[in-house]
Design a protein around this ligand. Sequence first.
Ligand SMILES: C[S@@+](CC[C@H](N)C(=O)[O-])C[C@H]1O[C@@H](n2cnc3c(N)ncnc32)[C@H](O)[C@@H]1O
Length: 344
Amino acid sequence: MAGLADVLEALQRTIEDGELHRRQHLEAEMGSQFGRHVEIGLALREAFEQPELRDKFIRRLKPLRRLIIGNLPAGVQRQGLLPELSPQQRTAMGHRRLDDIPDSELEQWLIDDGRMIYGEFKPHELHHYFTAIAPYVKPGSAMIDLGSGLGKVVLSAALSLPFGSCTGVELLPYRHAMAQQRFDAMLAAGDAALAALPGPPTPDEVVALPYGGHADASHVLRLKERVRFINGDLFDADVSQAGLIFMYCTCFAPLMDRIGEKLARELPQGCLVSTTTFQLRHPAFQEVAHFPSGTVAWTSVYLYVRAGELEGLPPAPASYLYEPPEEQWEAAVREQMAALDAGA
Ligand SMILES: C[S@@+](CC[C@H](N)C(=O)[O-])C[C@H]1O[C@@H](n2cnc3c(N)ncnc32)[C@H](O)[C@@H]1O
């Protein structure tokens, strides 16, 4: 007979991948949250595209190349998040040109540019990931995805693992809005599946979870209260009640030190933290498991537990950054400039 398991299955069917979603341009207005980012990005893109400005582009970015993910900043490329504005529009908006932008602003721009790159686990990777972490999850605990994108991990975790709550914190308003829309669609599918049952589920009904164990009816019936998406900066997120922090942080290299500091100070003892690509080197974390690249996912996955008092710990080793040799970096960028001219 149809029951809660069918509702859970209907909810699961609504989960969509997001890797190839249509990017929305950042707002261009100077007063808006991303106005300054757009201004600097467009000045850089102009210098990348205009042959007479290219030496300047190389000269300005070379000393900062450790902050660039790949060789060329994602935002400078056509598929990036910057809007198309003509030089006239930029002048009318009071935008500066590259010469008028100090290095400190370029540095921050590169950090922001990298962290807004989108990526997520493929379905089979998420399946491997949940299989790997399921034995560590405390039933009823709170999961938080810092940088939650379109919400796939939050929504999948809320259905598949015995978390009490799952929260996503996402910086970009359009990604947050897409996550919320996906959640609304999931709730609507759940309501339809519930309405199709021969009778309402009884409070003592349990549902088997895909990665082991069972949950009571509230797991499905209280989904609306168990999931939350917040449009905000992960550095402002309240993580004080968290049981597991998830981060797909492959593009967060320049932020990893600051993230480690925040989590060391603000997480409760025993909280789990999972990272991709980068280890959490802060001494307040002990490694619980390491899944090398090619096992759970294409990149390494690490699982840590917050343990020990902060006082008396040695300082965290700094820097997760990779700096390619100067000539190698310049040659790669000039190659991309040539490809642009060739219309590639
Ligand atoms: C690599 S994506 C991962 C998306 C999602 N966690 C997943 O695995 O499916 C990282 C996300 O973090 C967001 N992000 C970057 N910096 C952030 C910040 N300071 N606060 C909140 N979100 C941030 C980006 O906009 C992006 O959507």
